[in-house]
Each structure stands twice: as C-alpha cells, then as structure tokens.
Design a protein around this ligand. Structure first.
Ligand code: MG
Length: 179
C-alpha cells in the first residue's frame, strides 16, 4: 500500500530525440537489432539512434541527467559500447524512482534501409528490453522528405511511466526487514 506521504504523481511523461550520421562499412543497429545495410550509424557507441532516444526519454521522465551526461562520448570507456547498457541504466533509474514503463511511441526518420520489414522484430526487441508487451511499443518509420537529410537517421520517442504501488526502494527495505 502506498504511504500517505507518497507525493509521486501517478504517471510521468518523457521525451527523447537523437540523430546519427550514416557511415560506410560499419554495422547498422536500430532498436538493438542488427540490420543488413551497406552503411551503419557513426557515433562513439554502437550508434543505435533508437535506443539512445528511448534512453533519453526514460531519463527525462524521472528528471535524471541525460545520456550524454551519464555516458560522455569523451570517455573512452563507451567507445563501441552496446547501447543496451545505457538503456538498462535508464530503466534502473526509472524503477528506483518508483515507476515502471507503461508504453512508448517512437518515430524513426531515415531514407534507407526500409524499416517496415523489420518493424515487428525491432518492437519485440525493445519490448523485451523494457519488460513490456510488444503492443506497448509503437514504431513508425518515415523517410526524410523535403528535409535533405538522406545521410542521417533520426529518432523521436515519447514514453509514459506508471507509478509502482510500492517504490522499489521501499520494496528492498521491506525485503531486508523480513530477513
Ligand atoms: Mg546518440
């Protein structure tokens, strides 16, 4: 049962944006899924533009520092890093704050490759990472018409968090007391 001094709002919204440039001869990963393509997304980590935007949406929802502050590109530790690591840290912060993911909605903007044939796989992978059902992960892909951004991939993400009945910290405390 929530305590009477539980001031946490029932829901919180988060928004994340990211963009990366395509580069020849590197692997392409979007939403934790490796896609066949002649170019990949450059960046200090694995360049997974979708996971980065989701990570920032989660962090923003609990007013935590953003992905660049937590995992600075200037730190060699994150060179080539799997972006799943960033997402896991954001998710941990969400749970520590007493929330769980309700649903997310993402828009990807890129000229190629076509996302349609891979959308179900990407949604499934993101759902698994967030520990939600695949029908809680929306994914739309757009081409950058009129934007002159043929060599970039862009992701916009909104996330809705729902309050856990008992915050994770309180759950841990309770578990310790029982021992
Ligand atoms: Mg990024």
């Amino acid at each position: 049962m929530p305590t009477t001094n539980d001031q946490r709002p029932t829901t919180r919204i988060g928004y994340g944006f990211d963009s990366h440039e395509f580069r020849n001869g590197i692997p392409l990963k979007i939403g934790g899924v490796s896609l066949e393509h002649d170019k990949g997304l450059g960046g200090h980590s694995d360049g997974d533009v979708l996971l980065h935007a989701i990570t920032d949406a989660l962090l923003g929802a609990v007013a935590a520092p953003d992905i660049g502050a937590l995992f600075p590109p200037s730190d060699p530790k994150w060179k080539g890093a799997d972006s799943v690591l960033f997402l896991r840290e954001a998710l941990k912060r969400v749970r520590d704050a007493g929330y769980t993911v309700g649903n997310i909605d993402a828009s990807l903007i890129l000229a190629a490759p076509k996302i349609g044939p891979h959308a179900a796989t990407i949604r499934m992978c993101v759902a698994q990472l967030l520990d939600v059902h695949a029908n809680c992960v929306g994914l739309k892909a757009k081409t950058p018409e009129g934007l002159n951004l043929e060599n970039a991939a862009i992701a916009h993400v909104v996330v809705l968090l729902e309050k856990l009945a008992t915050p994770k910290r309180a759950q841990k405390k309770k578990a310790r007391k029982k021992k």
